[in-house]
Design a protein around this ligand. Sequence first.
Ligand code: KMH
Ligand code: ZN
Length: 273
Amino acid sequence: MGVVITVAPTGPIATKADNPHLPTSPEEIAEAVADAYQAGASVAHIHLRDERQRPTADLDIARRTMDLIEARCPILIQLSTGVGLSVPFEERERLVELRPRMATLNPCSMSFGDGEFRNPPDKVRRLAARMRELGIKPELEIYDTGHLEACLRLWKEGLLAEPLQFSLVLGVRGGMAATADNLLTMVRRLPPGAIWQVIAIGRHNLPLTAMGLALGGNARAGLEDTLHLRKDELAPGNRSLVDRAVTLAHDLDLPLAGIEETEQLLGLPDRKS
Ligand code: KMH
Ligand code: ZN
């Protein structure tokens, strides 16, 4: 089985003031995603911004972004339901009504940098149930060991379809630190058959992404996770970060998963019929 590369072109916090290459409009995001697809990405993790670059769950902006991406390439769209720290859960969860193939599911509330990321248990359960109903594959973003336990409880309640797909998020202030030891701990704790990738934030992005690949995980790349290509050097766009992940996979002798293989690997319900 090949490695799934996910591009995460824009996150919930940084702006063009932090890196002028950050795509923020639907057109810029669609261009960055199409470019990443050409480089080898098969999944696009999407955050949206309004005209003032603020994170938004606006359904028109989301629809337009999805349409622009779909017009350019067949990459699998994973909408972020995390959206941004200031956006209420009720707005965030509505994004799944656009029926992306995948969407994030953040199982727990937590401190997040200088802010707070609110994911109350009853609302998480409601969102998981709705995603299951719509056949949308959850990407379970776990920032600590307790978040894994919360996901396993959802699974036992029948709210998550197999295979479970985890992102091990390391380096967010408020979540687990970006260390090799923490990554190994998390990988050891995953249930058999789980599919996973590393999301390593900031300067730990490169070594922990490489470790994740070497340990049998998938990889994520893009300006959501790091604005830099190397120390003191801003990434000149998402493509450079995706190229770097593709090179890592290639050097480790790992083939890339194309779209169909990714659909099979993740057990995505068929949408064509
Ligand atoms: N930037 C991630 C670590 C989501 O997309 O659902 C957190 C996040 C969550 O953006
Ligand atoms: Zn995200």
